[in-house]
Design a protein around this ligand. Structure first.
Ligand SMILES: Nc1ncnc2c1ncn2[C@@H]1O[C@H](COP(=O)(O)OP(=O)(O)OP(=O)(O)O)[C@@H](O)[C@H]1O
Ligand SMILES: Nc1ncnc2c1ncn2[C@@H]1O[C@H](COP(=O)(O)OP(=O)(O)OP(=O)(O)O)[C@@H](O)[C@H]1O
Ligand SMILES: [Mg+2]
Ligand SMILES: [Mg+2]
Lengths: 225, 225
């Protein structure tokens, strides 16, 4: 479904270069469920950003559902992202001027959904994540874990086939973390591909494959739950 | 050292009120080490913000090292915060335009330190948190866990007597989380008061008291490690 071949990413700042990814080659099959783990700075978010078409590799190939992503222009890439991918950012990236409902609904606006249907969809997702009574509030009026749940709800609005989640339970308590993982597991059982970054072993235990990063490279992959 | 008496906090948004704290009374002794736990939205960050003098209660009393905080004006409160408290925010609150070094150094600038000494202090702290080779980079050039460590380093710059940390290990891997907790434990052994929010039981296990929040109130307190 998503195939990386010898992908490198180098960040350049003035004279300094930081090699965030060093020749990563991984194949993510349709319907698979991955946990990506590794020390801070080992390239997990960089990997997810490339998989999510939010950034481009410095070198290497990325095939996404048959398309060679490197050959696509930015507009096509944005369209691809909007239609097929759901992304939960490590820092949430909610729009502070928009309410909970408007944040969740944003992908649908860009997909051209009718306002009635997109409000319905946003409220359904808000309820799913225990936010039904907060839909009119702005991100600054929410707790850290509440913001995280808004970010997850937004990532699911377009019913993506691939869900990329960067530490989706980093800011929530264990009970809520378990509930989020039940929802994510349910989505996987319905056929969606899940690639999530986590540093929590009990969260990683929901995945069927675990990919360990170290210094920008794949250290090893484990199968099994 | 820090004493809360029947502290309430109500957030008002238009017609709606959210009671974030409901009559919280707790005494934090000098040199104590607390973990504050509880479900998402139970009032943990609100409690920390009040303890850290970043927000004022709606009602109730807060005594900090003998001072009645409610009787202090904003300038005196800012000075108190700068001199006595170190705060690690759940969302880091780094200044994007400043480098790692400049972010860490910011409290010292306000305390009037000489530039030579404040650079030395900032670099010492950067090294302590494995950031020595990144001091010239900006927050957007860092991973989530690296940003978190900058936030922790900044909170320690002024050598505060009370350290308030909101999920200080939420974005780092287990090994780095253990290293952060060793540093925090070491600070506690040197006499500092630690009040940290965490949802991770293995992080909470470093504390000697654990305060459980639920729906804005103290549910119970456990002693012992
Ligand atoms: N600035 C604010 N304006 C309005 N409501 C707020 C504000 N900050 C927090 N709240 C609300 O007050 C309640 C308590 O929030 P708080 O951030 O203290 O919870 P928390 O225990 O830290 O949660 P989490 O574990 O999700 O970080 C929540 O319902 C939250 O939405
Ligand atoms: N936009 C950027 N500009 C420059 N360097 C970056 C950028 N993003 C990440 N880096 C660097 O690339 C390396 C990998 O970063 P990445 O964010 O992928 O790590 P990570 O594994 O997600 O870490 P964490 O667990 O701390 O979130 C780090 O050294 C980081 O500082
Ligand atoms: Mg990351
Ligand atoms: Mg919080």
């Amino acid at each position: 479904e998503a195939c990386l071949r010898e992908v490198c990413k180098v960040y350049r700042m003035g004279d300094q270069e930081v090699p965030a990814l060093r020749g990563v080659s991984v194949e993510f099959d349709p319907g698979s469920f991955w946990a990506v783990m590794g020390p801070s700075g080992s390239g997990k978010s960089t990997l997810l950003n490339i998989l999510g078409c939010l950034d481009r590799p410095t070198s290497g190939r990325y095939l996404l559902q048959g398309d060679d992503v490197g050959a696509l222009d930015d507009d096509t890439l944005s369209e691809l992202r909007l239609r097929r991918l759901g992304f939960v950012f490590q820092s949430f990236n909610l729009i502070p001027q928009l309410t909970v409902e408007e944040n969740i609904q944003l992908p649908l606006y860009y997909l051209g959904w009718e306002p009635e249907k997109s409000i319905e969809r946003a409220r359904e997702l808000a309820a799913k994540f225990d936010l039904a009574d907060r839909v009119g509030h702005r991100p600054t009026e929410l707790s850290g874990g509440q913001q995280q749940r808004v970010a997850i709800a937004r990532a699911l609005a377009n019913d993506p086939s691939i869900i990329l989640a960067d530490e989706p339970t980093g800011n929530v308590d264990s009970r809520m973390g378990g509930e989020i993982m039940q929802i994510i597991s349910e989505l996987n059982r319905s056929g969606k591909t899940i690639i999530m970054v986590t540093h929590e072993p009990h969260i990683a235990a929901f995945a069927r494959q675990r990919l360990y990063m170290k210094d920008g490279a794949v250290e090893h992959i484990e199968e099994g739950r």
